[in-house]
Design a protein around this ligand. Structure first.
Ligand code: FMN
Length: 394
């Protein structure tokens, strides 16, 4: 079991092993976006357990991009002292930490921002709340680029080892990259190059605001699985090549949006998720979930075929594979064969924060997580993230 416990370099950062905690929204911040002791405690434990790289749940970079009620923010300098405590808690135990930066795009709305959701194009509806999205103006796009850059600058000031741009799961950057969400015909849409424009500008602005050697990572969809084609593996491969040309330091490959929930394959806890919705929407949502059950079932390492397709475009850029990776022997094999350089997991670490230690000591050969997705339903209901395999207290 040598490879998974061997160090790896991501840009200037050396990670002590190949285990990554993939960003996982905790529903543990205050309503105004400050981190709490409970949130910090979660990451202290994961660091203590030997997790090499920790990526806490997404931080909103702009108040209009806040995607969930108890989401932590990096939208203002007031957040820096709390974030510093988080970073220090992780560093105390020798782990590395990357802060994930997000703008919720159309996957948020009035309840979180006080306004209608914003997206590359108007008309589409937030798949959860059915709120209609408004097309962003060029000025709003510019403001958002600066918000990402300022978020990254703050992350660097906290002492974080890296930043990760959330370019997956149907949030704003993923929407701009997607021909399904982005139907603009101005300089931000109309061709693959122009749809790539937002993320390109975000990376360029971040570079101006952070120390030269701060690694910039991105989480990217290999497939949006939207009702009509969005990002697909060939397009993701094109984007991966452009990201490499821009000097990206690491890429985590994922999939799905809130239209179809493919990012968390497994069971769909419909009963618990519909509780978030107004009564009138529940029958429709139940029907949708029944349909999704067929395509969203669990399969092991479900982003692997797409990762194999995309890897050649990335060349030497470290690749993190997320989604349904559970067996240590499979992780060893994949990393030894050189497809992913690191293995990212989310739900397994919710159930077993000490998973890396258990693997190392030979006490576990695979994660105990059964992908029931009750953790996902819990955070949707504003309950703090943990394993709720035996049921939610709602
Ligand atoms: C409760 C929960 C919260 C999540 N929050 C985030 C997030 O903040 N940012 C993100 O990129 N992905 C998020 N994800 C997706 C995971 O990072 C990961 O991509 C997905 O769960 C598949 O990996 P797994 O099979 O190891 O769980 C979340 C997943 C869960 C279950």
């Amino acid at each position: 079991m040598a490879v998974m416990f061997s160090p790896v370099k991501i840009g200037s950062m050396t990670v002590s092993n190949r285990f990554v905690l993939s960003a996982t929204y905790e529903a543990m911040a205050t309503e105004t976006g400050e981190v709490t002791d409970d949130l910090i405690g979660r990451y202290r434990t994961l660091a203590k357990a030997g997790t090499g790289l920790i990526i806490p749940g997404y931080f909103f970079v702009h108040p209009l991009g806040k995607a969930a009620p108890k989401q932590a923010g990096i939208h203002s300098d007031d957040m820096i002292p709390g974030l510093k405590r988080l970073v220090e808690a992780v560093h105390e135990h020798g782990a590395k930490i990357a802060l994930q930066l997000v703008h919720g795009g159309m996957q948020t709305g009035k309840a979180n921002t006080g306004r209608a959701p914003l997206g590359p194009s108007g008309g589409l509806r937030n798949p959860m709340t059915l709120e209609k999205c408004r097309e962003m103006t060029p000025d709003e796009i510019e403001e958002t680029i600066q918000a990402f850059a300022q978020g990254a600058r703050r992350a660097a000031e906290t002492g974080a080892d890296a930043v990760q741009i959330h370019g997956a799961h149907g949030y704003l950057i993923s929407e701009f990259l997607s021909p399904f969400f982005n139907q603009r015909q101005d300089e931000w849409g109309g061709s693959d190059e122009r749809r790539f424009g937002l993320v390109k500008a975000v990376i360029q602005e971040i570079r101006k605001r952070v120390p030269e050697d701060l690694p910039i990572l991105i989480k990217l969809n290999t497939n949006d699985f939207t009702p009509k084609p969005g990002v697909t593996p060939p397009l993701a491969k094109t984007y991966a090549g452009w990201l490499r040309d821009m000097g990206i330091d690491g890429v985590e490959l994922s999939c799905g949006t809130f239209f179809t929930l493919h990012m968390v394959r497994g069971k769909i806890p419909a009963k618990e998720i519909v509780k978030v919705l107004p009564f009138w929407m529940r029958p429709f949502a139940r029907l949708q979930f029944r349909r999704l059950r067929r395509s969203c079932g669990f399969s092991e390492a479900y982003n692997l075929p797409a990762a194999e397709h995309i890897k050649p475009a990335l060349g030497p850029v470290p690749l993190m594979l997320v989604g349904g990776v559970r067996r240590l022997s499979q992780m060893e094999k994949l990393v030894a064969e050189g497809y992913p350089d690191l293995i990212s997991m989310s739900r397994p670490f919710i159930r077993e924060p000490y998973l890396v230690k258990r693997f190392k000591e030979g006490k576990a050969k695979e994660a105990a997580c059964i992908s029931c997705n009750k953790c996902f339903a819990a955070v949707a209901n504003n309950l703090p993230v943990r394993c709720y395999v035996n049921g939610l207290p709602i």
